[in-house]
Design a protein around this ligand. Sequence first.
Ligand SMILES: NC(=O)c1ccc[n+]([C@@H]2O[C@H](COP(=O)([O-])OP(=O)(O)OC[C@H]3O[C@@H](n4cnc5c(N)ncnc54)[C@H](OP(=O)(O)O)[C@@H]3O)[C@@H](O)[C@H]2O)c1
Length: 274
Amino acid sequence: MTTLVVGARGNVGRSVVEQLVAAGETVRASVRRTGGDEFPAGVEVVTADLTNSDSFARALAGVRRVFLYAPAPEQVDAAIRVLERAKLELVVQLSSGSVLLESAVGNAIAEEHREIEEAFSRTDLPWIPIRPLVLATNDLRWDVRRPVKLVYPQARTAPIHEHDIAAVAVAALTNAVDPAAATGMLTGGELLSQAERVALIAEVVGLQPEIQELSEAEARKAFGGGDSQTDAILAFIRDAAAGGSPATDVVQKALGRAPLPYRRWVADHRHDFS
Ligand SMILES: NC(=O)c1ccc[n+]([C@@H]2O[C@H](COP(=O)([O-])OP(=O)(O)OC[C@H]3O[C@@H](n4cnc5c(N)ncnc54)[C@H](OP(=O)(O)O)[C@@H]3O)[C@@H](O)[C@H]2O)c1
């Protein structure tokens, strides 16, 4: 039985491919452009773009299960129509834990994911959303070789390793977990402030951390303007600073093990920070 992974070059998608292969599954990896990728031996690579229904339908031929990212809101109906025609056993879709966070109601990023989830839930597709709250890969934007500019440096979140998100997605794809356990809010195991995370990254790459604290107005400018995405990110950080970002036991319950520690995530990405 073949599983299609759409977004196979993404942080989570690539790990889904690798973990499916490690579990002995047959995998078709879909990328928007071919070239340069080393996927594990035996993985079939196809090109598809969710904005091009024909290419998506071709990628789905003969497939029973799919992992995909959240399609853009304006693309979701077309993507759903293609998925419906494919007669699938399972669609596992990367969504966001913010849809389960009361304080995120009205937040543009949370509302976008909610809108996409609602479109899927109106269908008869066998659909399982995977809902991480804060991705550790957000921290790849920090360059610890210079002062790291932070708004609310003490804001604490529990970022999750992409391998743990992928592990829950793979457990869902292979029926190794009760869907109810897979759809909870996924987080890492430890609440760490932004300043603590910068210090851990600096330690692993052998540098002294330096932090420059920004006001919200300065951060809005540094994040590139006053659009709704910037406001949404600022709102998440402000909420975290007020203690609103939890660490959950969903990974432990879904996988029967603790989430990978943040320090492990930094070690896995040491080359990205050096
Ligand atoms: N940041 C957070 O804290 C957070 C929290 C909760 C949920 N999330 C979710 O997690 C996602 C990010 O995960 P990630 O780091 O694994 O993402 P990523 O590394 O940016 O990968 C996204 C993948 O999606 C593919 N893609 C984008 N548009 C596509 C299209 N039209 N057709 C086909 N493929 C397309 C990309 O293909 P190419 O390789 O061709 O570009 C890429 O492989 C966010 O988009 C959000 O939905 C994020």
